[in-house]
Design a protein around this ligand. Structure first.
Ligand SMILES: [Zn+2]
Length: 119
């Protein structure tokens, strides 16, 4: 089970709103099982970017546990999303329009939907 700090959740939803209709992308840092911080990757257009490039952008930081990006529509992972999720991390978030908590979906590396709980 994964948790997310309220401030971190608010940051993600705000960044998704601010970037609409474009996407934002970032890496998630966690303290044990709680997502505490987002490291933005400036200028990244997630769905036009290869997974290899994204992998190279990831800082070598052991506290990074996964990724977050936004969709201008529903939070349904694309094939490229699923490939990226499978290569890296433990938890991946997609913020779907209109960027409220109900439209923030979480996925395990194998693409299985999971839940995050606000802490
Ligand atoms: Zn996506």
């Amino acid at each position: 089970m994964w948790y997310i700090k309220k401030e971190t959740l608010d940051f993600i939803l705000g960044a998704a709103q601010n970037n609409y209709p474009y996407e934002f992308a970032g890496m998630l840092r966690a303290d044990k099982d709680t997502i505490t911080e987002v490291l933005l990757i400036p200028g990244t257009r997630w769905h036009e970017t290869s997974a290899t490039f994204l992998m190279n952008m990831i800082p070598t930081d052991l506290s990074i546990v996964g990724s977050v990006h936004s969709h201008p529509g529903p939070a349904i992972p694309s094939q490229a999303d699923l490939e990226f999720f499978s290569k890296f991390g433990k938890i991946h978030l997609i913020a779907g329009y209109p960027y409220d908590f109900q439209n923030l979906r979480a996925f395990l590396p194998d693409g299985t939907p999971t839940r995050v709980i606000i802490k």
